[in-house]
Design a protein around this ligand. Structure first.
Ligand code: ADP
Length: 389
């Protein structure tokens, strides 16, 4: 086990004139599970492959433990990769598939290898499959065997490259939990690449969000969700996505307000404290953000003591536990997550509101000015009483 550090790592594909990884610095603690997440093409795999030694950094350093590994071959880095394409040997049974790397690359005795294979199989709950051939296994079982191959090597780090993308949704969820459990049990430093923000949120001790080769934010899942560093992270993390609206600061009767820039359909009065705290002056362009669960909806404007806006219900999407409402307000569609008992008809009017505490604001460059304020005395005291804070 070891800490992994990337220090100003850049990877340029000069022939293609592409900067796949752009000055990324990142430290993964000993035993930590870090998920690297971002849209397709943002440089996640290249970053991981640079740690594995399958790519060479154009600039910067990669270290594993106390060793700078830039010049080391992949096999000398003592890391194990797990891919989505698990490529098991079809003619070998599970036992031999798992032990193959050890037979090939170490001088361990047959007995020692057998012990490690048995131990890994126990951990993966596939002991009864050890004598089966891969073709007799389901996709999920094959992925466990692939994990087994990585585990028996007892590497300093696991590097996962979208290992679950071949599996169906249900199995994927199950394997997420399994991988997280096994990683925690083995306490091996891990980097896990995925484009799936939900996977990142549920699996990572911390998540690192990338876009366009650049690291956007590194933090615990809830931190990244509740206090995103910029507009990109705010929009990428969370499903359905955060509602966002371009707006301009304007003045009305001596008070500041936000007006939707495109259609003027939304105005949102700002308190003097807010304009002071975020240094907002008339003419400033800011993006308003509100999570679907923070958008309150009612059939009448009287339900709100703060500002409300009339909308038309476009779509009602029942999820069982909640309903998602898609509401049109001027040119924009707002998404609201409401209790299942609230089920307006499409075409009906509905009023939406979002309290100032729920509001996110991003400046013209997309940097965060304000995030939602979750200070809730009730939940805070409950968490503390349970001893988890
Ligand atoms: P991700 O894993 O986030 O989908 P990648 O790291 O695979 O992204 O790719 C990042 C960028 O680098 C993409 O624009 C991709 O097309 C480019 N790229 C990846 N590998 C190569 C390569 N071998 N040669 C040229 N360009 C590459």
């Amino acid at each position: 086990m070891a800490q992994i550090a990337l220090n100003h790592v850049t990877k340029e594909y000069s022939g293609a004139d592409i900067v796949a990884v752009d000055d990324v610095s990142l430290e993964i603690d000993d035993g930590e599970f870090l998920v690297l997440v971002g849209p397709s093409g943002c440089g996640k795999s290249t970053t991981l492959r640079t740690v594995a030694g399958l790519e060479t950094a154009t600039e910067g350093d990669v270290s594993i433990g106390s060793t700078r590994v830039n010049g080391l071959e992949p096999r000398d880095r003592d890391v194990a990769m797990v891919f989505q394409n698990y490529a098991l040997y079809p003619h070998m049974n599970v036992r031999h598939n798992i032990g193959f790397g050890l037979r090939l690359a170490t001088d361990m005795s047959k007995g020692e290898i057998e012990d490690r294979v048995e131990e890994a199989a126990g951990l993966l709950e596939i002991t009864d499959l050890l004598d089966q051939k891969p073709k007799a296994l389901s996709g999920g079982q094959q992925q466990r065997v692939a994990l087994g191959r990585a585990i028996v090597r007892e590497p300093q780090a696991f590097l996962f490259d979208e290992p679950l993308s071949n599996l169906d949704a249900r199995l994927r969820k199950q394997m997420r939990t399994e991988i997280a459990r096994i990683q925690e049990q083995l306490d091996v430093t891990s980097i896990y690449v995925t484009h799936d923000q939900e996977e990142a949120m549920t699996m990572g001790d911390r998540i690192a969000v990338m876009n366009d080769g650049k690291l956007q934010q590194v933090g615990r899942p809830n931190e990244v969700y509740n206090d995103p560093a910029n507009r990109f992270v705010a929009g990428f993390i969370g499903s359905p996505s955060m509602n966002m609206l371009e707006s301009e600061v304007a003045e009305s009767d001596g008070n500041a307000e936000l007006q939707s820039a495109e259609d003027g359909a939304l105005t949102y009065a700002l308190s003097a404290e807010m304009t002071d705290e975020y240094a907002l002056t008339p003419g400033d362009r800011v993006t308003i953000g509100a999570r679907p669960e923070d958008v309150r909806v009612a059939v009448s404007p009287d339900a709100f003591d703060s500002q409300s806006h009339e909308t038309t219900v476009d779509v009602v999407e029942p999820l069982g536990s909640d309903n998602l409402l898609y509401l049109s307000l001027g040119e924009t569609t707002w998404t609201a997550r409401v209790p299942p008992s609230f089920e307006p008809s499409t075409g009906e009017s509905a009023y939406l509101s979002f309290p100032p505490e729920a509001l996110h604001l991003f400046d013209e460059r997309g940097e965060t000015l304000k995030s939602r304020d979750l200070t809730d005395p009730l939940t805070t005291s409950r968490v503390t009483a349970a001893g988890t804070d």
